[in-house]
Ligand binder design. Structure first.
Ligand SMILES: [Mg+2]
Length: 359
C-alpha cells in the first residue's frame, strides 16, 4: 500500500470513525430532542471530558454521567470509551498484523468469535453475537455463519475500515465487504448498507477535498457496487438528489421511512437501511466540517454511536486527521487500553504491507 496512499486521510477516516462512536456511546438509544437539548451543547466545552456512561441509580437511566456523580452509578465508562463498531474495526487491523499482511477471512471470523466470547464487546448487537458463537467453534464455515435475514447495521458499522484498506480497487472492495458482511448478517440489505458505507469511505479517500464537491460521484460509486445486490436500496439512493434538497427534518423523516426496523418517533434505529443512509446524508450535507457532520449524526437520536461512527469515518477520510479535534482523539480508550497511540501504530504497520487476501 506504500507510496501513493495519503496517510493523513487514512488516519482521518479511522480516528474520525472511532471518535464518532465514542461521542455517541453515552447517548446511544436516547431521543433526538434529549440529545439536541442536553448533550450537543456540552460537546465542545470541557464538561464532556468529565463525562462517561453508566447507570444512574437516581434517574434509573443508562446514559451520560459526570465524574462528580460517580457514586450514584452502578457502572461507569470513562469518556472516550468506544464500542463494538470500533472494536470490530480494530480487529481487522489486528488480524492483518498477526498474519503478516494477509487478511484471512476464516481468521477474522474466528477473532470475532473470540472477542464476543471474552465478554469485552461493548454494546453488542444480537445478530453479530449469534454469528460469533458459530464462528468461534469453527463448526460452520464463515460463508454460512451469518444470521439469516439480519437487517441491522452490525456489519455496515465495521465496513468503513475495509473501504480504507481496499479503496484503490472497487472489485476487491466488493468481494471483501460482501464476504465480511455475510459472516454475521446474511441479507441483501445488510450487504448493500455495508457496500454503501465502504464505497463512500473509498471515494472520500480517492478524491481531493480541494476540488469542487460533487455528491453525485459518491452516490454513483456506491450504486455501482450495489447494483446487483439490492434493488430497493438502490432505489433509496436514487432518491438522494431530492432528499438533499429537502429541509433537514423532512429529510430525516424520509430516510427513517425507508426502514422496517423502528425505535420510535425521534430515533433512527439500528436498521441498516436508515442508519447507513442517514450517515451518508450527514456527510453529504456537511462535507466541509467534521464537527458539523458528527453533530448532525449524534442529533439523529437512536443508534447514534453507529451513525456517528459511519458518518465520522467518511468525513475523516475526506477531510483528513487535522480536522478531528485532538482533545477527543486523546480520550479514546477501550476499558483504559487500546488508546489513540496504539491504534495509530497499528494503522502505520498495516499501511506498510501490500495486503493480501486469503479465502
Ligand atoms: Mg456500538
Amino acid at each position: 500500500m506504500s507510496n501513493t496512499i495519503n496517510k493523513d486521510k487514512i488516519h482521518g477516516s479511522i480516528f474520525g470513525g472511532f471518535v464518532g462512536d465514542a461521542l455517541g456511546f453515552p447517548i446511544e438509544g436516547h431521543s433526538r430532542k434529549y440529545i439536541i437539548d442536553y448533550y450537543i451543547p456540552k460537546i465542545f466545552n470541557h464538561d464532556i471530558l468529565k463525562m462517561g456512561r453508566g447507570y444512574n441509580e437516581k434517574t434509573k437511566l443508562n446514559g451520560p454521567i459526570y465524574e462528580s456523580k460517580m457514586n450514584e452509578c452502578s457502572w461507569f465508562y470513562k469518556f472516550g470509551q468506544y464500542t463494538d463498531d470500533s472494536q470490530l474495526s480494530r480487529l481487522v487491523l489486528e488480524t492483518i498484523i498477526e498474519n503478516n499482511g494477509t487478511f484471512e477471512y476464516a481468521k477474522y471470523g474466528h477473532e470475532i468469535g473470540k472477542i464476543f466470547d471474552s465478554g469485552k464487546i461493548v454494546g453488542l448487537g444480537k445478530s453479530s453475537q449469534a454469528a460469533s458463537k458459530k464462528l468461534l467453534n469453527g463448526l460452520i464455515d464463515y460463508k454460512f455463519s451469518g444470521t439469516p435475514n439480519a437487517i441491522t447495521n452490525g456489519s455496515a458499522m465495521r465496513s468503513d475500515i475495509l473501504g480504507v484498506l481496499f479503496h484503490k480497487d472497487a472489485e476487491q472492495l466488493y468481494e471483501v465487504v460482501t464476504t465480511c458482511s455475510m459472516m454475521t448478517h446474511m441479507s441483501s440489505k445488510a450487504v448493500a448498507g455495508s457496500l454503501c458505507i465502504s464505497a463512500f469511505v473509498a471515494t472520500a479517500l480517492n478524491l481531493n477535498n480541494k476540488d469542487v464537491f460533487d455528491s453525485d460521484i459518491f452516490i454513483n460509486n456506491a450504486m455501482h457496487l450495489i447494483k446487483n445486490v439490492d434493488r430497493e436500496y438502490m432505489g433509496f439512493l436514487l432518491q438522494f438528489r431530492t432528499i438533499l434538497k429537502m429541509n433537514e427534518l423532512d429529510a430525516y423523516n424520509k430516510i427513517k421511512s425507508f426502514d422496517t426496523v423502528s425505535w420510535g418517533k425521534n430515533k433512527i434505529s439500528s436498521g441498516v437501511v436508515s442508519s447507513t443512509l442517514y450517515s451518508i446524508y450527514c456527510f453529504l450535507k456537511n462535507h466541509h466540517s467534521y464537527s458539523k457532520c458528527i453533530i448532525m449524526a449524534l442529533s439523529a437520536g437512536g443508534d447514534v454511536d453507529t451513525i456517528a461512527k459511519m458518518a465520522g469515518s467518511i468525513s475523516g477520510a475526506y477531510l483528513g486527521i487535522s480536522h478531528i479535534p485532538n482533545t477527543l482523539i486523546k480520550r479514546l480508550n477501550d476499558n483504559n487500553a487500546w488508546n489513540a497511540k496504539d491504534i495509530s501504530k497499528m494503522i502505520d504497520k498495516v499501511l506498510d504491507y501490500e495486503i493480501k487476501i486469503k479465502k
